[in-house]
Design a protein around this ligand. Structure first.
Ligand SMILES: [Mn+2]
Length: 329
């Protein structure tokens, strides 16, 4: 395992390099895309050669960001000339995808910048702040240490990252510090109305069909303390869903009054079950529950990928949640 470094040490290292690659986790969310573009574009303005890689395409929702077309799938082999691989918003190498994970092994130097408590400090240099609301919040002081100008494209990217990871500045991770960062980004030219319309008011029709499906078929457990929905592979095909369409499903059911835990169980085509977990009670840490099944994340938002049948996996995870709720009572 690598050691922890300061913003200054990492800025010094990056300053000494000519060519870097920035990578973030597969099935990217707003923080993954926004942080990748924020750092990648900023390093370009500093005269670096920069590649930006994410396995699975940039979701359509974020494709309006300037530079989004520069983000590509990672190459099978690290190109000659890349001196350093910078991993963003990623708690462990396998979240980069199989190709990305292998790249961390072949890169001469790796830098890990993240905000997952469960981060395994897998890189040569690690800058991890478990309490930060988004990876972008860890990046901002680094950009300052690098002397990178906060251009509008960089500010837009960082704003999307912080906005989406804080649930539009609603989660308790939204500290005064986060709001100050938001203010800086607005001063740098972010058009709040325009960006939020693009993020939240441009839902395609199949997303409505999916929402209808979720609301019709959600299930309750443990005296309504737990709400969950299961999407079978067959139903996914019928609704013609893309990978990115199910990303925020859990937000539809988590709003139920009285619910402490919300979950989405998704049957993927390759025999994997993907589970999104959200807690509404700080005493219920869903990343601890996820860890029992090889998953991880944050106390209030976590994920699991597990092989097995939908009913088997659902039964085991719900049982673990019942135990957590019972030990609390
Ligand atoms: Mn994040």
């Amino acid at each position: 395992m690598g050691r922890s470094s300061t913003h200054q040490e990492i800025a010094q290292k990056i300053t000494s390099l000519h060519e870097v690659a920035v990578i973030s986790h597969m099935r990217p969310d707003g923080d993954a895309v926004g942080s990748t573009l924020g750092l990648g574009l900023a390093l370009q303005t500093l005269g670096k050669r920069v590649s930006m890689w994410i396995e699975d395409a940039v979701p359509e929702r974020f494709s309006f960001l300037e530079g989004a077309e520069l983000v590509t799938d990672p190459p099978e082999v690290l190109p000659d000339g890349v001196e350093c691989l910078i991993c963003l918003d990623c708690g462990e190498p396998k979240r980069l995808g199989e190709i990305g994970r292998r790249l961390t092994e072949s890169a001469p130097v790796t830098i890990n910048i993240d905000h997952h408590e469960t981060n395994t400090l897998y890189a040569t240099m690690n800058l991890v702040q478990g309490s930060a609301a988004a990876c972008a919040c860890v990046l901002m002081p680094l950009l300052d240490a690098l002397g990178a100008p906060l251009t509008r494209p960089v500010a837009n990217a960082l704003y999307v990252a912080v906005n989406t990871d804080t649930g539009s500045f609603q989660y308790s991770s939204t500290t005064p510090e986060v709001m100050r960062l938001g203010a800086r980004l607005l001063e740098a030219g972010v058009d709040v109305g325009d960006v939020n319309r693009r993020l939240y008011q441009e839902l395609p029709l199949n997303a409505f069909r999916l929402q209808r499906e979720v609301l019709s078929n959600m299930a309750l457990d443990v005296n309504d303390l737990v709400v969950h929905y299961s999407l079978t592979a067959a139903r996914r095909r019928e609704l013609q869903l893309r990978l990115e369409d199910t990303k925020d499903l859990v937000d539809i059911i988590r709003v139920l009054r009285g619910a402490k835990v919300a979950l989405i169980f998704e049957e993927l085509e390759d025999g994997l079950i993907r589970i999104s977990l959200r807690s509404k009670d700080p005493a219920i840490r869903v990343n601890d529950i996820a860890a029992q099944f090889g998953g991880g994340g944050h106390p209030m938002a976590a994920g699991i990928r597990k092989r097995g049948s939908l009913s088997e996996v659902r039964c085991a995870v719900l049982q673990a949640i019942r135990s957590a709720l019972n030990s609390q009572a």
